[in-house]
Design a protein around this ligand. Sequence first.
Ligand SMILES: NC(=O)C1=CN([C@@H]2O[C@H](COP(=O)(O)OP(=O)(O)OC[C@H]3O[C@@H](n4cnc5c(N)ncnc54)[C@H](O)[C@@H]3O)[C@@H](O)[C@H]2O)C=CC1
Ligand SMILES: O=C(O)CCC(=O)C(=O)O
Length: 526
Amino acid sequence: MRVLVCDPISQKGIDVLTSAGDVAVDVKLKLTEDQIVEIIAEYDAVVVRSETKITKRIIEAADRLKAIGRAGVGVDNIDVEAATRKGVVVVNAPEGNTIAAAELTVALILAIARNVGSANLSLKGGKWDRSKYTGIELKGKTLGILGLGKIGSEVAKRARAFDMTVIAYDPYASVEKAKSLGVTVTDLETVFRQSDFITVHMPKTKDTYRMISTDQFAIMKDGVRIVNCARGGIIDEQALCEAIQSGKVAAAGLDVFEKEPCTDSPLFALDQVTATPHLGASTKEAQVNVAIDVAYDILRVLRGEAVSAAVNIPAVKQEMMAIFEPYLNLVEKMGGYLGQTIGNRIEKVAITFKGDVAKYDVTPLTTTLLKGLLKHALEESVNYVNAPHVAKARGIQVIEAKTPDVQDYAVQICVVVETDQGKRQVTGTLLRNKPRFVSIDGYDMDMAPEGHMLVVPHTDKPRIIGQLGTIIGEHNVNIAGMHLGRKDFGGNAVAILTIDGPVPAVVLTDLAKIDGVADVKYVNLG
Ligand SMILES: NC(=O)C1=CN([C@@H]2O[C@H](COP(=O)(O)OP(=O)(O)OC[C@H]3O[C@@H](n4cnc5c(N)ncnc54)[C@H](O)[C@@H]3O)[C@@H](O)[C@H]2O)C=CC1
Ligand SMILES: O=C(O)CCC(=O)C(=O)O
């Protein structure tokens, strides 16, 4: 597999990729869009920071691309929608640079409070000017944070240590969590009206683009100080320039710009502006963190495993991964089993999560189950990204239910698939964190779903099992285990044989000829 790295990332991330053994990495920096379009079809994954844009054109030309990795947080340089449509997983590194960005924010807050940038330039220009650079203290001032996520929260903690009052606007923030940080969550206008410093920490989206402009500056306190360490464009640069020139805004600390690289801006002519060239994530520690995090997720995507920080599929948080991994494994096998044994048109999939698992957001489990189910039933490529879309596009109704009530097991996941020919069902659980199927189509079972299997529904009568063994043996296939299920004596039954390898089609044909055998399916659960 081949990974293209388009922006400089830590060698430690590249080492993670190459040490996987079957991954070759090409580092090609400063490529134009045309150059990437020309070569992208040769790659399984591409990794960028914020410089390189992964556009729709690039994604459309990327015939074997499975993953786009962003060694950082913001994915506004990636056409996530185009990637999703193409079934390409976009992964980022949401936590590795939080502290770096928060610390640069605090550095800029302090710099613009004490005129550090302009005083530095003045002194180096040969002037010993002290009175011009008298600043203000942070103590007792109000900091308004827009976007109380990971970085905003870390900034809040540090601001509290400077004895600032911290207020925040974030429509999605937990008020409880804010309280524990000593932050008052309020409305946007209040933040604008009451803050001495305003810092933004939200993603750049169509809602946040230019959300601070002339009208917003107008209602702020005279002499307000503004920091943007999130994304250029969230603050209207021309309006900011005018607000500084008019004296409304006393100073601004800017790490990001609407067009980057940005080396020429009317803002740079203003003494009140302290600017850095998008350095928020540029610490040694953060760069190692994000490169390693994104490299591991790229490998997970290439191996078809669940990822921890996907942007366009329901992500499983890092701390949840240890809990979720066994469940993901279980539902993938349940979906895979059903997908390989159902030959009919799927109309409805009902998944019931019972017991402990019901207390979590189970969306990633449902997506994973659908992926396992649909990739066998449908010919198109189905993955973690597009499985729900594929199901919807095919008119498959997906119903998810959760209940804490469970019998016999601490956890049960029950899947019922309705097809145009009837219902099929599998119930699974975990035994010492390993998947077990405990019921299949109403037959009680206790089997480890793995490897190669033959599923043989039959009539419960003597000699069928013996004949199965003989025919399979004649074809030199070793039977590793057998699970039998029957409802009534002499009625319908099923035999599930685990075998040591794949079987030639002729085995299935020969088994199907046994009197009393209804149908034979070969299932490979990896
Ligand atoms: N300068 C730099 O080098 C870096 C910049 N960033 C930027 O910082 C941003 C924030 O990063 P994190 O804190 O890690 O992300 P996060 O996802 O933890 O936090 C973002 C917060 O913004 C909030 N939000 C979303 N839309 C909003 C709106 N319309 N109004 C108010 N709040 C809104 C969300 O609810 C969330 O709490 C990233 O999107 C990225 O663009 C991140 C890392 C480094
Ligand atoms: O890669 C970088 O240095 C930029 C980091 C950043 O802006 C982000 O993580 O969103």
